[in-house]
Every structure is written in C-alpha cells, then in structure tokens.
Design a protein around this ligand. Structure first.
Ligand SMILES: [Zn+2]
Length: 158
C-alpha cells in the first residue's frame, strides 16, 4: 500500500529512511566503480552507442546496479539509474548511501537531471556520489532539490 503523499507521515517516513551515509573514505570507491563498469557492459545502447552503468551501496550493505536500456522509440529509453532504483526496491528497499555512475570509458559520469531526482528520493541529501570532481553529497549535486517536504509545504489548502 502506498502512503498518502500529502501527509506529514509520508515525508517523515522518507526522511527517516535517509540514514547517515558512510564517511567518503570508508567507501571502497574502486570496487563500486568496478561494479558499475561491469554492469555497463550489459547496457543495451544500440542507438546512441553510449553505454552507462551504475552501482550503489544500500544502507544495509547490499550493492544494487543498473544499466541503460534504449528503445527504437528513443524517448522511452531508460537511464541506468532507473534500473538500479528498481533493483533497490525489488530486493528489499532501503536507502542508497554511495553511488558510482560510469560511461563507456569507465570514468565517473554525472547522472542526468531526472536521475539526480531519483537519487535524491532514494538516497537523500547525504548520499555520496562519485563525480568527475571527486566524491560529493547529493545536497551539492542537486541543490535546492524538490522533495517530499515540498508536497506538504506547498499543498493547496483543502
Ligand atoms: Zn538519467
């Protein structure tokens, strides 16, 4: 059952899910990026030839992954982060605490705008992201983000 997105309980529940992340130095970024590179090899990107892989550590220690999946109808292609977030929920939920996204060269790749929103929802402001400029928390990757609190704060009065 989905909670009512307009209640404080829902926002509070989302906030409670966003547990403190590990310290950046406590994450094995090389191993996480290696996982992202491995899954990037599974990408289905025949139209752009731009494979992407992503791997994330969940607060319970699980690692979830995703790759981009394109479509002949270009607009319905799925970013790698979509697959990773689906695996997150399909395998028990939880909160992302550290994420590495790579392009075809295996180097850190910034998530697109929509996927930053996905990471925000599922990792919160303190989730760490390996970027081309180093490890950054999501609050710096998506400043002034729209999130669950906005649903209650800006709700139309009944
Ligand atoms: Zn994306």
């Amino acid at each position: 059952m989905c909670p009512d997105p307009g209640t404080e309980g829902y926002a509070a529940e989302l906030a409670a899910r966003h547990t403190a992340p590990p310290a950046p130095e406590d994450v094995d970024w090389d191993a996480l990026r290696a996982k992202a590179i491995e899954i990037m090899g599974k990408a289905y990107a025949p139209y752009s030839n731009f494979p992407v892989g992503v791997a994330g550590i969940v607060d319970d220690g699980r690692v979830v992954v995703g790759c981009n999946v394109e479509n002949a109808a270009y607009g319905v292609g799925l970013c790698a982060e979509c697959g990773m977030v689906s695996e997150l929920h399909a395998t028990g939920g939880g909160t992302l605490v550290a994420v590495s996204c790579v392009g075809g060269d295996g180097q850190p790749l910034m998530p697109c705008g929509r996927c930053r929103q996905l990471l925000w929802e599922n990792g919160g402001p303190e989730c760490l992201l390996l970027t081309p400029e180093g490890v950054l928390p999501m609050r710096e990757v998506l400043p002034q983000a729209f999130g669950p609190d906005n649903l209650t704060a800006a709700r139309h009065p009944a």
